[in-house]
Design a protein around this ligand. Structure first.
Ligand code: NAD
Length: 321
């Protein structure tokens, strides 16, 4: 069995690689050649942690595996990432464990890649202002990946604790872009692309905040009860997602679905747009929403890529089970 460390992943997989891998597996999901298995996610009743498994099988790619891990909110105080995960890849022909791949950086990359894929396929082509809501660990990855998808001219950021926006200002500066801290009203009004990436349990962006042709990538809500958007805003949008059933159960769409303002059948898998079977934003569409719930196949796609590269470059460590 092979082991691929966090340090190796950081050398081997970048934002463009993650985007290509995630885009391909979203397309495979829409084709029915790749499928996710039911997610397990439980509150441990210990360390305030959420723990679970995301797994799936990509038949075309020959990738079978599971990501185990979750969210430990006390980790930051210990100088550790709150999200902790490890991907286990199996040989689909024998069931033998092929590799353990460190999953922390890969999770950040694959989540940022999902939003970037949605911007590539759904954002207004001339989007000039990017808004980002949230400034935790994941936000810098989101911003870096998103900036590659449109020739943005400035970035607006909002966070509950605005002093934490400094890190995002630095990422914008890497791309030579001005960054401003903004209230949600201004951010919603001025931004043409908005990424939400918080752990909020109540709506932050309201329907009246968002004006004009806009694409929202709602990435923070991945658990029942979490919420970043006003359901009226979701109901107004053309809704896209990674996995419609999951979006309706535990993604941002859960609240509009529960309120009877959105049908699960009206949420389009983004793979349909990638494959060209759905027109995406379409003529005259004002508001598009990508509900990025996070699926196991995203994790497996980037982990399989890291493993292939680690093997090719002699960066995987072999151990006997
Ligand atoms: P983090 O703990 O580093 O940061 C949390 C962020 O949420 C901070 O900006 C914080 O200010 C903000 N926040 C927390 N509670 C809030 C509230 N009540 N109102 C407004 N803002 C609030 O976490 P992270 O690693 O940056 O991840 C952010 C969120 O994204 C988490 O909820 C995480 O579960 C989710 N996530 C989703 C996916 C996916 O695939 N959809 C993947 C990774 C992370």
């Amino acid at each position: 069995m092979l082991i691929v460390s966090e340090a190796a992943v950081a050398e081997l997989v970048g934002p463009d690689d993650a985007l290509a891998a995630v885009e391909a597996v979203f397309a495979g999901m829409a084709d029915g050649t790749a499928r996710n298995f039911p997610v397990v996610r439980e509150a441990l009743g210990h360390a305030d942690a959420l723990y679970g498994f995301k797994s799936g099988f990509d038949r075309e790619g020959g990738v079978l595996g599971v990501k185990a891990g979750g969210y430990w909110p006390g980790n930051a105080a210990r100088d550790l990432t709150n999200h902790q995960s490890t991907v286990c890849l199996f040989d689909p022909d024998t069931g033998q464990c092929r590799a353990l791949v460190a999953g922390n950086r890969l999770t950040a990359l694959r989540t940022a890649a999902a939003a970037a894929v949605s911007i590539r396929h759904l954002a207004p082509p001339d989007a000039a202002v990017l808004g980002i809501v949230g400034a935790g660990h994941q936000a810098a990855f989101q911003l870096r990946a998103a900036l590659r998808e449109r020739p943005f001219r400035r970035v607006l950021g909002w966070n509950r604790h605005p002093e934490r926006l400094e890190g995002l200002a630095a990422v914008a500066a890497e791309g030579g872009l001005p960054f401003e801290s903004a209230g949600l009203e201004r951010l919603g009004r001025d931004a043409n692309v908005i990424i939400t990436i918080t752990s909020s349990f109540e709506p932050l962006l309201r329907a009246e905040h968002v004006q004009g042709p806009t694409h929202i990538a709602a990435m923070g809500t991945d658990t029942r009860g979490k919420q970043e958007l006003d359901p009226a805003l979701v109901a107004r949008a053309a809704c896209f997602t990674d996995e419609p059933e999951q979006a309706a159960a535990l993604g941002e769409c859960q609240h509009a679905v529960a309120a009877g303002r959105l049908e699960t059948a009206a949420i389009t898998p983004i793979g349909e747009v990638i494959r060209g079977r759905h027109r995406g934003r379409g003529e005259g569409a004002e508001l598009t929403l990508f509900d990025g719930t996070g699926v196991g196949l995203q994790d497996l796609a980037v982990a399989a890529l890291a493993l292939r590269r680690a093997e090719a470059q002699g960066m995987a460590r072999e151990v006997a089970l």
